[in-house]
Write a protein that binds this ligand. Sequence first.
Ligand code: C2O
Length: 541
Amino acid sequence: MELQVQATPVKRLCKTHNTITVNGMYPGPTLEVNNGDTLVVKVTNKARYNVTIHWHGVRQMRTAWADGPEFVTQCPIRPGSTYTYRFTIQGQEGTLWWHAHSSWLRATVYGALIIRPRPGDSYPFPKPKRETPLLLGEWWDANPIDVVRQATRSGAAPNVSNAYTINGQPGDLYNCSKKDIIIVPVNSGETNLLRIINSALNQQLFFKIANHKLTVVGADASYLKPFTTSVLMLGPGQTTDVLITADQPPAKYYIAARAYASAQGAPFDNTTTTAILEYETAPCLAKCTSTKPVMPSLPTFNDTATATAFTKSLRSPRKVDVPTEIDENLFITVGLGLKNCPRGASRRNCQGPNGTRFTASMNNVSFVLPSKFSLLQVHQQRIPGVFTSDLPPNPPRKFDYTGNVSRLLRQPARGTRVYKLKYGSRVQIVLQGTSIFTAENHPIHLHGYDFYIIAEGFGNFNPNKDTAKFNLIDPPLRNTASVPVGGWTVIRFVADNPGVWLMHCHLDVHITWGLATAFLVENGVGELQTLEPPPADLPLC
Ligand code: C2O
């Protein structure tokens, strides 16, 4: 497989921009593989920006060198260079995706990664007639790299996108987008599989199809106990597989996605992106072209009750092996903060509220990526002075994270501080959202692992009471957890994959401000517990 990163003119919302694409496509090509396949993907960078590709959600067992986040597992692929990613899909089935992991390039550099069962194996549900990937995204009337650069320089929040998109198209509620709207064809009576991916940069999204029920069967390439719902909520990074039966009168029905932006005061685009579910059935053909599609009523932007009800419905299909004993019990705050303007900053380049800059942190450390090495290389070659493995595992629990917070947490220190895990340790992380600056949702993604989400709730996590809510029977297995606004989420996993693994908020604006850390998972004993040596073509800085 070859992916060529290049500039391509793309027209959206009445304007044409030179856009960074893969193989000239926006979104990029869909990769279709089977569980057990080894992928060899040669990436050539013909653009004028550094780039890397991340295989979001792929476990990358002992192949951390192929994970992709720049300055974490590799240095960027420079313009004019190539790097070949090699990795094997082990035990994952469903929908994942791939995206650029450099600056904000993933706004346009992304695509679906479909993993079907091994040849001869079948889905744990009746075989769908058709399968359609639906990638939800965001489009800027500008170069996304310029958008983030401008924001970093000024200290202000970056401009919000100009449209949400489905498979790269804003849909007919946006200017100049009517004739390019995505059509998803169906036949009366058939059941189809939709693979929905939230590839938006900064927005959690509600998703709905008029008059049709959705049967959720999987998320993040793990199967779920099927349940039926009319609305989905996906945080950036998350995927959801649903079955839909064409059981309505032949007509056109809108497929629609709109912001779930529960944050107080954070700007967002409140328009709805649309595609059309169109019955191909004969009696419809004549009529369908003329009738207006049916619009679903979407939840309002701040409908946290609907979002929470959705995430709480996810269950694994059967009893799973959640670790019951814990070796590492971590408490990690995730949230935004404010910092005073740097000395000598002019009014113009310090534009947060009251002359401050936005910042974000985990346990009060605003994460800084190295620039001369990748963390994995530093770890393997024991290069001193690039990172410290002293991320505080337990900040003071005495105060009210979601209410009035100590001033201490207002000024996170910048640093490249990671947390070291022994091979095989059983890890629990309480991800505690904070309201230091503003309460917001945080879709927290862990590279190289799937984890069980054993509980979530609002307010401050209470270790004496909330443990009673833990689901150690059939919690969902995911790679990205939506920490509720002003609340907490508890995840568990076994550190069985050696390497350096980024954990971050998948809202790109938050990772830009430092809402990240990394886990350094040591090698275990023997070849099967040891990271393989780096490939010869690994880009160096
Ligand atoms: Cu999907 Cu670190 O990213």
